[in-house]
Design a protein around this ligand. Sequence first.
Ligand code: FES
Length: 103
Amino acid sequence: PGVTIRLCATSDIPEGEVLRVDLDDGRALAVYHWEGQFFATDDLCTHGDASLSEGEIEDGRILCPFHMGSFDIRTGEAVAAPCSIAVRTYPLTTREGEVFLVD
Ligand code: FES
């Protein structure tokens, strides 16, 4: 079993929104609340120096604010150019109103 790291409260992220969470080890994650579930990816776009948490969620995809490429927030797959490299995803669990990273 892995370590669990508390990321935020479920109420910190309204449905359809995304929040940047900085971990103590220097990693920055984008945490998404979409259709009642929570997902996480690296915050850094794989195309350039953009923060995905500053983008918009549309139809289960995060649109990068820089060049409007996009990724599937569930799988990290790059789904629109100019993004072509998947963004890393992280397994999450929710418990008693808190969101945890299962590392
Ligand atoms: Fe994200 Fe270019 S930096 S699409």
